[in-house]
Design a protein around this ligand. Structure first.
Ligand code: GRF
Length: 357
């Protein structure tokens, strides 16, 4: 470690762990953003340190904090965050890592003990990090968070209406191209539009919606759906809930999300999950709804924004737009006009919800 720097390289931390190991001592490892250090962090780090003989922290770099938490974070630079952490008597080394996950650092440093705080369970830890921990033989310990002492609560105290805290914080879930998300983004260009997108999540790694989110510098996550085709497994349901909680989402907005959401999201966000569907519900639930309307010979189709419950396209209706079916309409031409209506309806309903929620 150079004299000015509070930051160790992964290789320096590896040497440190090795020397402890040779003395029959154990090094504890943890990772995180530690953007606004508070007493909850300090107590957690002290408890982590008490699990062994020394503590190494892998600190998310500025770029990876932005990727995880959004473009307005971090509040403090990686150098400042590292310096604060190193000033704590329970912290022995700080390594900065640049990816959203600490996998590579774990593999290099090979700690004997891994500590993680919070709402995690050994099952819900990130699969990649878990695999790296098992590869290096680290014991996993989950430590309780100190209630009420969090970065979120600190930030909430600092926020004033002028700083935009009154915006409705939404998390978007989508599986496709994301044109509805794009329409929301367009509205957000107006600083008075009262909605802020906190995170975008998809079950499709290559989904256009994730690409759009990354281009807009918003946190974007692919969640592996699980083994069963067309179903979202339990681990994925939990992972989605964690992303939403971590990004302080108030309302979950489905925009072309092709999987059925269950617990824990529907419990955590009871009456706070909405969807847009390309039909005048309750008519034509499920896939290709506008084709069903066309084939039935209806004179009008449209789109509906509704609350989401356990049954597909069945929750309470919030608003609808009617789209006339024209004589020469094809499946494509009708859907294109319905999507145009969606792009006007969904942002409008979200604005209305921001005043109610
Ligand atoms: C929309 O037509 C919506 O009604 C349906 O899925 C489609 C998503 O389209 N639930 P996009 O990804 O927003 O373009």
């Amino acid at each position: 470690m150079s004299e000015q720097s509070w930051i160790s390289t992964p290789e320096e931390a590896e040497d440190f762990v090795r020397s402890y190991r040779e003395q029959g001592k154990k090094v504890v490892f943890t990772n995180g953003c530690f953007d606004l250090l508070h007493v909850g962090h300090v107590r957690y780090l002290q408890q982590a340190r008490d699990l062994g003989d020394a503590l190494v922290i892998a600190l998310n770099s500025d770029a990876s904090v932005s990727e995880l938490k959004g473009p307005n974070r971090p509040i403090n630079s990686e150098e400042d965050r590292a310096e604060l952490l190193r000033a704590l008597s329970c912290v022995d080394r700080v390594v900065v890592f640049h990816e959203p996950r600490a996998t590579r650092v774990i593999e290099i440093i090979k700690p004997q003990i891994y500590a993680k705080g919070g709402d995690y369970t050994p099952e819900s830890l990130n699969a990649e990090e878990k695999a790296a921990l098992s590869k290096v033989g680290a014991e996993i310990h989950i430590l309780p968070l100190v209630p009420g002492k969090s970065t979120t609560s600190t930030l909430a105290k600092l926020k004033t209406p002028e700083s935009g805290s009154k915006k409705l914080k939404i998390g978007i879930l989508g599986s496709g191209k994301g044109s509805n998300f794009k329409a929301i983004l367009e509205n957000m260009k107006n600083p008075d539009y009262p909605v802020s997108v906190q995170v975008v999540i998809s079950d499709q790694e290559e989904a256009g919606i994730l690409k759009l989110a990354r281009e807009a510098n918003l946190p974007a996550f692919f969640v592996t759906p699980g083994d069963k085709p067309n179903r979202l497994g339990d681990a994925a349901q939990k992972e989605i809930a964690e992303h939403l909680k971590r990004h302080e989402v108030d309302l979950v907005v489905l925009a072309g999300f092709m999987k059925v959401l269950k617990t824990p999201v529907l419990e955590l966000y009871k009456d706070r999950v909405v969807n847009i569907h390309p039909s005048l519900l309750p008519k034509y639930k499920g896939r290709n709804a506008w084709i069903q309307a066309l084939e039935a010979g209806d004179s009008e189709a449209g789109c509906t924004v509704h609350f989401v419950n356990e049954e597909i396209d069945s929750g309470g209706i919030l608003a609808q737009s009617v789209v006339p079916i024209l004589k020469d309409d094809t499946e494509e031409s009708l859907y294109a006009r319905i999507q145009e209506a969606e792009h006007e309806l969904y942002p409008r309903v979200l604005k209305e919800l921001s005043e109610k929620l």
